[in-house]
Each structure stands twice: as C-alpha cells, then as structure tokens.
Design a binder for this molecule. Structure first.
Ligand code: 9MR
Length: 875
C-alpha cells in the first residue's frame, strides 16, 4: 500500500439548483465595479478597506492551484503565475462552470474589498460571488464584470451581513454556447478581523483516561511538567479523600508532543468508583471512573454508529432519538440515485441498483475498499465471540435496529446492510469485467456542508472496477458465507458464489488500480499494491472452504510470512493483517498454523514494547502521524488483543487497556476522541448531516463516534491555517471543516467497536481463570451431507466435576443431530453440550466421552479452537 499524502481535497462545489435558488433569493450588499482598465467604463478608484488578506494563494506565484477548486467539466492550471482554464461551450447556466475557494471567514458588519484581475478570450461577462457555501447560497457580493482578452482589474466593496467561518468566493463561468478561455490573477479579499491565532485549550497538565480504568487493570497517567526529578502524586476519590499516593517516573522529552513528561502508575489501587482525580505538580486531572461500566455502553454505541450511516433507508427517530431522517439516495428528488446508477462516461454501458450500504464518512460516497475493511471488522468482532475466551456475547436486540428481534445477532444484521451493498457493486455476468467490483459510487462533484443525504442533488456515478475492490468483495463475501450460514443459508451461498466469481475475476485482472486522480466528488482510495488484498481474500476463502487452491495461494504468498505488523499498523489500504489475524484466530487446518499464531504474538510484542516505551502509552509513534491516526492506534490494539486471545497471557490484554487511554484523553490535547465519552471529547467531526457546528438545528455525531485524529500532513485548509508547525499529537482540531484531522468514517469506528467489545469482555479486569479440563474433539468421518464427531473431556483439576456444560462453535452452517451420551442444543453456530445423569460426574484424572452426528455446512469443518467447560476455557 502506498498512499499519497498532501492531497488537497476540494470539499465543496455548489450545485445548479441550489445556486439558482441563491441567485433568485439574495441581493448583493454592493457590487460596484471599479475597473482599473476601464473595460466596463467605471472609475479606477481603489477599493477602501485595508484589513488582512482572507484569500489563500490569490496570486498563483508558485504555479500551484491549491486551495482553489473547480467543477468537473473543466481543468485549470497556474503554470504561468495566474489561474487559467478553458471553459467549454454548450452550458446553460452561469453555475454550470465554477472556480472557487472555501473556508473564507467573514465577520458581520465588517466591510471588505474584493478584487481581481481577469481576462476572457473572447470577451465574456462572468459572475463573481462571495457567498454562503451551502443552500440557500446567499450572496453577500454578486458582481457581473465584463472581461476582455486584455487583462483588466476589478474591485468591489461590500459589508458582510453575517459572521461565518466558511464563506466562499466563486467565479461562475458557465452559460456560453461556445468555448472560451478564462484567466484570473491577484484575487484578493481584504477586511475583517485578523484571524485569531489558534491555541488549543489543553486544560490541566495531568492526563488520564477520562472514560475509565478497569478496577483490576493497569492504570497509567501522564503529567506535563518542567520538573526533572520524580514528583509526588495523589489519587483522590469523588469526595476529595486521598486514597492512594506515590511518585511519578520522569520520562524526558516526548517527541510526539514536544513536552517534557512524567508517567504515573496507580494500578495497585483497585477500588471501583466514579469521579476520581489525580493530582501532581499542583495540577488536578479531569475526573475519571474506575469501573467497567462505560465500556459496556461504548461497545454498543460504537456499533450503533452504523445504523445512522445507512444509505437507502429512512433512519427511525424512535430508534435513534434526534437522529431520524428521510431515506438518502433512493431516487426521490432532488436525489438522483442510487437505485439506477450509470457509470462515468466511457466506463460501462449498464446501470446498477447500488442503493443501500453505509455512507463512508462525512461525505455521501460509498467505496468498496473502505466498506470492505469496515464490514470485515464488524464480522470479525462477531466471529471473535465464537473463538475467544473473554468475548462477551453479541446477541439479537442489543443495537436497537429495525431488524432487532429477528433471531439474528444485531451486529450481523448491521454488517449485512453493507455486505448486500458490496454484492451489488459486482459487475453482472455477460458484461465486460464480469465478477469484478466497481471501486466506488459517489457524487459527480463535491457537495458542501451541511447537506442531508436525501437533499443531495448531485448526479451519482459508478467508477471503474478495480482489483482491490474486487478482492475486498471476495474476502468479505467469503467471511459472510461462513458467518451467515446458520441464519440464512441462501444469503451465505450467494456470498460464497460472489466470492468465487470475484476471486476468479481478480486473478484474471490482477492489476487494475484505482486512479489517484479520481478524486472529484469523492475520495480516490487508490492503492498501488494489491498483493495484500490477494492474500486477505485467499485467506478468507481458505478458512471458509478449506479448498486447496486457496491454501496453496496463502502458503505461496510472500505476505504470509512478511513482517506486516509495522509501526503504522494497518488500515483499508494494507489489509494483509486481516487475513493473518483470521488465519490465526479462526479455526482452520492450514499447515504451519502455529507459526501464523506466533507471528501475531510477535507483532503484539512489538506493539506492547511501543506502548511501554511511550510516555502517553500509545503503540503508534512514527515521526509524522497519518490521516486517520486514531484508527491505526486502535488497529494496533486489535493485534495485541488477538495475541491475548491466542495466548491468554495478561501482558497483551494490559497493553490494550493501557493503550486505550491515549484515545480517551491521556494525550497531549487532553481530550477524548470519542463523542460522548470523556469529560472533554470530539464533537464536531466533519459530516454533512451531523453538522451542528454549522447549523444548530442539526445534531452532533452520536455518542460513540471516533474522530480521525492527529494528521501531521495538514491536508485541509483549516488544519493548514490553524495547525502550522504542529508536533504530531497537536495536529488535530475539533472543527467540522478539518476533514483531514477530524472526519468520522465507517472504517475508523470498526476498530473502535472491536476494541471496546474486547475491553467490555474483560469485566473488572480480573485475569481469566484457567480451565481444569482437557478436551479432544475429533471429527472421524466427513461426507457430503454430514459428519460424525467424538468429544472426550478429561478433568485435569484436583476435585471432581459434578455436572458440566461444554460450549463450542462451528465454523459455518453445521448443525448437530443424533447425539449420544450427551444432550445438545444449538443457537446459531454455537453448541451447548450438557451431561446426562449417568456422566455428570468426572473424577480428577478421569475422562468421559460423547458424540454426535452433524449435517450441513458448505465448506471447512475444523475442530474448534475454543471449548469452554462450565464457563472456563479448556486447554
Ligand atoms: O482515510 C483515507 C486516508 O487514508 C487517505 O489518506 C485520504 C486521502 O486520500 O482519504 C481518506 O479517506 C477519505 C475519503 O477519501 C473520502 N471519504 C472520507 C474519508 C476519510 O477522511
């Protein structure tokens, strides 16, 4: 995976309908053209106000065009130190062709001078606007200067009737029957207040996990101080009584924050309670709990996030009070999709119904590669409940979904919403590239904020197929085939067939890469290395089917043995870890599986060492933080948690419990990155419909929404303006306009959900009890319609077992029948075996044996990794 950094994304483009509304509704404050060269015959008086310059890059001196954006029907360049574009003929309205700049602050009652020099060849009248960036696009200045082949200067003054952080300057250039060329230079908007220097409020210098520590888990904090020597600290309960004290450990200068810091370990204090504070160096931390309770709600909130991201269906206010909204993109005007979507011109000659799925993020786009990792992580969160000793059940009814009560675990209902969309993105049989998946579907042009999904008037388009998207489909469909088999055999079979078709198509087209420049109206999600996607898909297909072709591919792939747990974790573009983790944690018969499991533990060792080395306890410590750094932190914790599931060794679990502190407030900004969790938390994530910061009538993101997190590359204008020179941990701002540091996405909430379920499963943090049983589970015969299995339980403890209940899960759709020496019941893939009266008692050192016939299951039928006896895991 190699991804470009420093990409400026044009976040907005006005729409024809909305701009029409603006031009009808609004009257400019003043639009007097004081044209220097006299093209319009006006006087050459210079415009009045002399305030600070509000336009960024108005002179194009460096030959760069950022942060200017344009509609998709033109290209522009600044090669000769001014901005020029060939404007096509044949458009109808002025707003059919636009060049603009966003995020221009306007201050109410301030007077501004807007000026530029421009040329049109042949001559044209253009529209120059300073306006509200969203419907109703109110114009505060609307001018119609005439431009000629000879460059002329134009200036205008107006008084802003509003204060706005995100005003917009646009040149509307459409409406000409014939083509012409437009050039502009020295664009200036002077006036208003000097932009305030941004200084984050980081509160007290003692930094804690503001959400909660587990009573029996590790408890670490960080204090920012000039002191070189150890400092005394005190832990106080809600009543202010000191309940523990000690001294800090000086940690020196932390490069990720530029701060001199000490760490504090108060893990020996284990009493549950709320409202604790930690005091050191004269500063008192924000309050926190010592309790597992918050993680019980977070594990559901982090998953509930997905229902409100759903496209193609009305969000019910009774299920999410305050978040109900009409169905988005179901073909009801002004929406144009997604029930009958064409391809981009020249890409295909058919249309697809690609309605449904989740919106990717704060935009209305839907992208297969990002949907892929998201749905995979949700499915893996569920699959973990079948295979991990400390996973709490994820049942039906826990997420308040429309599907709640249907007998299927809610997390699978939610994941299915996306998986069904991914299946729809596959090219139908008989068409070119049949079996491949379209990379993405999104608006033709970027839309502005706020914009409810059902109000998006943009044309929706399918973009070309890609090998990466196709392999995402193969991997998730293969995983879905085994997980949904107990609940819906037809859906499982459809997934397996789609996965096989996708795999074959990807093998036949192994290098169709998404273009990095395909980023108008939606993200590019380009990835020029798909070896990891091939590996992930082969791993899932092998786990589900057990078939030779996939086993051979996995074993031959260099990805299988490569060190894939690097210092930047993994994410949507580097997915080998998804395959490796599933091969390690989901039962399968791969030769050398012990080495696969060992490789995960080795990766976890490196992350654990990084947690311990970092004074803020994060495993993520590159010199520069990436876009979505919080999801990288959380994915590293998935590796540590998996090592705990594999080994049962408490240090890996403790690494996770310490590492989450960084996400929940033990960081340089002293804030939690999860809405609704922690005393001070992100709440203005970039989103077109949770845009409360721009429109108080709209909500903030729901509780349990993760923010992208610090991004050293400052890839949006707000970050670039406010965070220049930031140390990595400071490269974040809780501002809705900062999409490169503060967006929300489906693939960032998925590791949050996974990890909060892991933490919730740890109860109060007491290390899990070792079982006193040794179980052998042997499938003696396997034939097309069934199998026969024998199970022996040996009591390895020192006292008699008197009555037993043994629990394990099948990989897929297997069902038990014809038991002997045992009473069996099954829910989904999970079987509970109970003793009969004659074999209830097992003496120390003795064994009992029972068996059953089974049927069903379309593929592999491995022995389970996890069998519990009376609640404790057997060896
Ligand atoms: O998460 C993506 C990040 O890894 C990329 O560096 C970045 C630039 O291509 O794009 C991010 O994804 C955004 C996508 O392009 C559009 N939807 C919102 C995504 C999150 O910001």
């Amino acid at each position: 995976m190699i991804r470009p950094f420093r990409r400026w994304t044009a976040s907005l483009a006005v729409t024809a309908a909305a701009t029409l509304a603006a031009s009808l509704l609004s009257a400019p404050a003043e639009a007097r053209d004081t044209t220097a060269a006299g093209a319009a015959g006006a006087s050459a008086t210079a415009a009045e106000p002399e305030g600070p310059e509000q336009i960024r890059n108005g002179t194009f001196d460096d030959g760069v065009t950022t942060p200017w954006w344009h509609t998709a029907n033109i290209a522009f360049d600044a090669a000769d130190g001014r901005l020029c574009a060939d404007i096509p003929g044949g458009t109808i309205n002025p707003w059919d062709v636009i060049i603009g700049q966003d995020d221009i602050p306007l201050v109410q009652d301030e007077t501004y001078a807007f000026a530029f020099s421009g040329a049109a060849d042949p001559s044209r009248v253009v529209r120059a606007l300073v306006q509200l960036p969203v419907d109703p696009y109110t114009a505060y200045l609307a001018a119609n200067p005439q431009l000629t082949p000879e460059t002329t200067s134009h200036s205008f003054t107006f008084t802003s009737p509003v204060s706005l952080p995100n005003g917009q300057v646009v040149f509307q250039l459409g409406g000409s029957a014939t083509p012409w060329r437009f050039c502009v230079d020295d664009i200036s908007l002077r006036g208003g207040a000097e932009p305030e220097e941004y200084e984050p409020d980081t509160g007290p210098r003692v930094r804690v996990n503001q959400v909660a520590y587990l009573p029996k888990g590790p408890k670490d904090a960080t204090v920012v101080t000039d002191a070189e020597a150890a400092l005394p600290w005190q832990l106080k309960n809600a009543g202010g009584t000191v309940v523990a004290s000690g001294t800090s450990t000086p940690r020196g200068l932390d490069a990720s924050s530029g701060q001199n810091v000490h760490s504090i370990d108060f893990g020996s204090y284990t009493t549950a309670g709320t409202g604790y504070t930690l005091t050191a160096d004269g500063e008192t931390s924000r309050p926190f709990d010592i309790s597992p309770a918050a993680y019980q709600t977070l594990r559901t909130d982090a998953l509930k996030f997905y229902y409100t991201q759903r496209s193609g269906v009305a969000i019910r206010d009774d299920l999410r009070p305050g978040y109900g909204r009409p169905a988005g993109h179901v073909g009801v005007a002004p929406n144009q999709g997604d029930t009958d979507v064409p391809c981009q011109p020249g890409v295909c000659d058919y249309r697809l119904d690609v309605s449904g799925g989740w919106y990717d993020a704060g935009d209305h786009g839907k992208y297969v590669v990002n949907g892929g990792i998201s749905v995979a992580q949700l499915m893996s969160e569920f699959e973990r409940t079948k295979n991990a000793a400390t996973a709490a059940p994820l049942g039906d009814g826990m997420l308040a979904l429309p599907e709640s009560g249907n007998g299927v675990p809610d997390i699978l209902d939610e994941a299915r919403w996306e998986q069904e969309f991914l299946l729809k993105m596959q090219v139908p049989a008989g068409k070119p590239y049949a079996g491949m998946a379209h990379h993405k579907i999104h608006d033709q042009n970027w839309t502005g904020l706020p914009l409810m999904p059902h109000l998006d008037p943009q044309k929706r388009e399918l973009h070309p197929v890609s090998t990466a998207a196709t392999l995402n489909l193969a991997a998730t469909a293969a995983q879905a085939a085994r997980l949904y088999a107990p609940y819906d055999a037809a859906f499982a079979a459809a997934n397996l067939s789609a996965a096989r078709r996708a795999w074959a198509a990807a093998k036949a087209n192994p290098a169709i890469l998404a273009s990095p420049s395909d980023a108008t109206g939606g993200g590019a999600y380009n990835d020029d290395n798909v070896a990891d996607e091939f590996y992930w898909a082969a791993a899932e297909l092998f786990i589900t089917t057990g078939e030779r072709e996939f086993k051979d591919y996995v074993l031959a792939s260099p990805q299988h043995t490569a060190d894939i747990f690097g210092e930047r974790g993994f994410d949507w573009g580097s997915v080998a870890a998804l395959g490796r983790l599933d091969l390690a944690t989901v039962p399968n018969d791969l030769p050398g599986r012990a080495d696969v499991r060992a490789s995960v533990v080795e990766g976890a060792d490196a992350y654990l060492a990084a947690v311990e080395a970092h004074p803020y306890g994060t495993p993520y410590n590159p010199a520069q933080y990436d876009w979505g750094s919080n999801n990288l932190v959380l994915n590293m914790m998935v590796v540590m948690a998996s090592a705990y599931d594999i080994t049962g060794t408490p240090k890996y679990r403790n690494g996770v419990l310490e590492g989450i502190g960084y996400i929940f407030g033990r960081n340089a900004l002293n804030q939690s990155y999860v809405t609704g969790y922690g005393e001070v938390a992100s709440r203005n994530q970039h989103s077109r419909w949770y845009a409360n910061q721009l429109d108080p009538a709209l909500p903030n993101p729901p509780a349990g929404t993760l923010a992208g997190g610090p991004n050293s590359f400052l890839q949006d204008p707000t970050a670039a303006e406010k965070l220049q020179g930031c140390r990595p941990q400071f490269c974040y701002i809780d501002d809705i306009e900062s999409w490169s540091t503060n967006e929300l996405t489906i693939n960032w909430n998925s590791p949050l959900a996974w990890i909060s379920a892991f933490v919730a499963g740890q109860g109060d943090g007491t290390a899990r009890a070792a079982g006193r049983c040794d179980v052998t589970y042997t499938t003696h015969g396997q034939w097309p319609s069934g199998f026969t299995t024998q199970v022996t339980i040996k009591n390895t403890g020192t006292t008699a077992i008197n009555g037993w209940s043994l629990v394990w899960s099948f990989l897929g759709g297997q069902k038990t029948e014809a038991p002997w020496n045992v009473s069996l019941s099954q829910s989904g893939a999970t079987v509970t075996a109970k003793n009969l009266s004659h074999n209830a008692r097992i003496q120390p050192g003795s064994s009992i044996t029972f068996g059953f016939n089974g049927k069903g299951g379309v593929g592999a039928n491995p022995a389970p990794d996890l069998i519990t006896l009376n609640g404790a895991a057997c060896a």
